[in-house]
Ligand binder design. Structure first.
Ligand SMILES: N[C@@H](CCC(=O)N[C@@H](CS)C(=O)NCC(=O)O)C(=O)O
Length: 235
């Protein structure tokens, strides 16, 4: 089994385990525990980025040697191309799903995840709630959510269209588990399509299996309007 996936507890590496489960891949899983909030030495030893996810493919059919990647989008593209026969990644043959896929796939780490991270920083102890930067940061998060709301209202299903794609796999962590670090709430009326999407994806067997593999059977994914902050953030 050449593929090894490294998961850091409560982190965006859940994306990669979920992808592997959707694709029904064989892989070896290595769990890493946060120390106490950030990545432990065992993750730093794998790649200079020192963050999760990390994927090892050894030997890779592409290079005939060991490939190590530590960027979610790169790992997802690599696994889909090398191990997944192109599944979950629309191409120009798929018509409008293709440009929509590209936009929402890159929206995840290009816009949504940084915006929520900035909300986390903007709520920090040194933050001034009246500062124009803080006001703009919070407004930006609201605006990105309204873009997602409109898109999900349009498709009634997934971000690229009727079918789940890697755009959903990239995005979902930010809408769910990341809220355990930075609790943001959804409005049951204003965000009703986002909430329906969270339910729809949350019912997928591969997502449920992946979350159980990642966080154990007692973990409840953050799929509802309110989110509790993780206890590791309360020290
Ligand atoms: N751009 C990277 C970011 C990876 C990242 O920041 N991972 C976080 C987990 S959500 C991490 O490892 N944090 C621990 C640390 O920074 O020490 C990706 O999308 O994969």
């Amino acid at each position: 089994m050449p593929l090894t996936l490294h998961h850091l507890g409560l982190s965006q590496s859940e994306r990669i385990i979920w992808l592997a489960e959707e694709l029904n891949l064989d892989y070896k899983l290595v769990h890493h525990k946060r120390d106490p909030i950030f990545a432990p030495q065992s993750i730093k030893d794998l790649h200079p980025a020192g963050t999760a996810p990390v994927m090892e493919d050894d030997p890779s059919t592409v290079t005939q040697s060991r490939v190590v990647l530590a960027e979610s989008g790169a790992i997802i593209d690599y696994i889909i191309a090398v191990h997944g026969k192109g599944a979950l990644a629309p191409t120009p043959k798929d018509g409008s799903a293709y440009p929509n896929y590209l936009e929402w796939y890159h929206f995840a780490n290009g816009s949504l995840q940084p915006a929520l991270f900035r909300v986390l920083m903007a709520r920090g102890p040194a933050s001034d709630p009246n500062s124009p930067v803080v006001v703009r940061t919070l407004a930006k998060w609201d605006h990105l959510l309204s873009m997602m709301e409109d898109r999900l209202a349009e498709t009634g299903a997934y971000l690229a269209g009727e079918m789940l794609t890697a755009a959903d796999i990239m995005t979902f962590f930010t809408l769910t588990t990341m809220r355990g670090f930075c609790p943001v709430e959804y409005d049951v009326e204003k965000h009703r399509h986002i909430l329906a999407y969270l339910k729809r994806v949350g019912e997928r067997p591969a997502y449920r299996k992946a979350m159980e593999i990642c966080e154990g059977k007692d973990f409840v994914p953050l799929l509802s309007a309110k989110a509790e902050q993780f206890s590791l953030m309360k020290r």
